[in-house]
Design a protein around this ligand. Structure first.
Ligand code: FE
Length: 304
């Protein structure tokens, strides 16, 4: 998988110094549950014992095979959905005519803003796997116009170094940045670590951070910490970075996600996320009456 040959890359820095290493303060297993229409989801952030991790509202690992999917549903405000496909492909279509297919390794960073109604359905006949993260927006950004940032797999910045292969979805790793603009400052890294490799990854102090293990097993925080297995979410303490070890005989793949907390009240009702109950009631009314951002819902129906 990852090449250890870095001869063509003129970067030869040591592992960055981590002076205040973060440790694992909570470990939660994302169990399977049903979502949408027949989809199977492992929810990590957003489950009852891990309601939110400011600014994150939800992280789902979804497995979808036709005819299952996520037919027409609304999102009002206050947040962004980050979709990252691991296997297969997902076709999306919204009420403003924005549509497309995101395939394995592709990224869609969607700002729902004042409102979007869309569908997310499998593109092919096989099994589709992907992750979706919900990033909350501050009150000043909740009612902005919807927006999309999309990156194909080949355009996602990637660094392979010392047995580590990282895809930089948002933020920075090994001195390489992602072009994605995050209104709520966010870091989103997809790491693969070869057996025996060790990682020192800086994380901005004060940001909330967690690890989601996709495959394999790893040790995080202290070298003597217990081993964490796939589909575990590890909440990290504060600090200036995290250390990780792959002490196993197989590849370890995980997401490292961190964000600047908003420290605002969160009132959530399904796909509506606002600051107050009044704003939630307003969102429902706007959705029902097709106004204030939902005008295009009036004549829209997704073609099956
Ligand atoms: Fe959606």
């Amino acid at each position: 998988m990852s090449s250890t040959s870095t001869a063509h890359i003129a970067v030869h820095h040591e592992n960055p110094q981590i002076l205040k290493p973060r440790t694992v303060v909570k470990k939660v297993l994302a169990k399977q549950q049903q979502e949408g229409a027949g989809a199977i989801v492992r929810r990590s952030i957003g489950r009852p014992d891990l309601k939110t991790l400011d600014p994150f509202l939800l992280l789902d690992y979804a497995t979808v095979s036709p005819p299952a999917g996520f037919p027409d549903h609304p999102h009002r405000a206050g947040f962004e959905t980050v979709s990252y496909v691991l296997e297969g492909a997902i076709t999306h279509e919204d009420f403003a005519g924005h549509k497309g297919t995101i395939g394995a390794g592709d990224l869609q960073w969607m700002t729902a803003g004042r409102g979007i109604i869309h569908s997310e359905m499998p593109a092919g006949d096989g099994v589709n796997k992907g992750l979706q993260l919900w990033v909350n927006l501050s009150s000043k950004d909740k009612m902005i116009e919807p927006n999309y940032q999309e990156l194909q797999s080949k355009d996602i910045n990637r660094v392979q170094k010392d047995g580590i292969d990282v895809r930089i979805i948002a933020g920075e790793a090994f001195g390489v940045r992602s072009p994605i603009y995050t209104r709520t400052p966010t870091m989103f890294l997809d790491f693969a670590m070869n057996p025996g490799s060790q990682l020192h990854q800086p994380i901005t102090e004060g940001w909330n951070a967690f690890v989601y293990i996709i495959e394999g097993e790893g040790v995080f925080g202290h070298e003597s910490s217990s081993t964490a297995l796939s589909h575990h979410t590890l909440i990290l303490s504060d600090g200036d970075g995290v250390k990780a070890w792959n002490k196993s005989r197989r590849s370890l793949r995980f997401l490292l996600i961190a964000g600047q907390p908003l420290n605002e009240p969160v009132v959530q009702y399904g796909p509506f996320v606002m600051n107050t109950l009044e704003e939630i009631e307003q969102a429902f009314e706007d959705y029902r009456l097709c106004k204030n951002g939902f005008e295009k819902a009036r004549n829209w129906k997704r073609r099956a």
